[in-house]
Write a protein that binds this ligand. Sequence first.
Ligand SMILES: [Zn+2]
Ligand SMILES: [Zn+2]
Length: 147
Amino acid sequence: MVIDVRKLKYSGKDECAFHFEYEADGSAITLPDAEFCGKVTVNGRLILDGKSVFVDGEIDYSLSTLCSRCLTGVIFHNVVEFDEEYSEVESGEDVYKFKKGLVDLTEMVNEKLILSMPYSVYCKEDCKGLCPECGANLNQTKCEHIK
Ligand SMILES: [Zn+2]
Ligand SMILES: [Zn+2]
């Protein structure tokens, strides 16, 4: 996910749109039994401003995972917005560095992914879960343990 800012400058523009499809590795995922379902897509806009580059847009991904209560398979879809600054000269807590005119979004996208990960996912808001005694899926059946 690298954008060549020099090319943009040579072409006399100071703004461009970008679109990446990204094969994220599973290390960003905090949920057990979850994996990325398809590619992570990153759509956004880049604006040149002196020595700084501003990017904003959206990261879109789906996880194939299990309901945290009843363990039914579910797809969790998430959209994460970003709005960040990159700089060739200064570095700070809120500024990403870039070198040789190449802005690499990978680190930033991975950070956003990690921060956006859910701690639990439910198949539906009022999922009744599993009976702690017999393991019956209480969305589908009643059992003698739950009154
Ligand atoms: Zn459930
Ligand atoms: Zn039961």
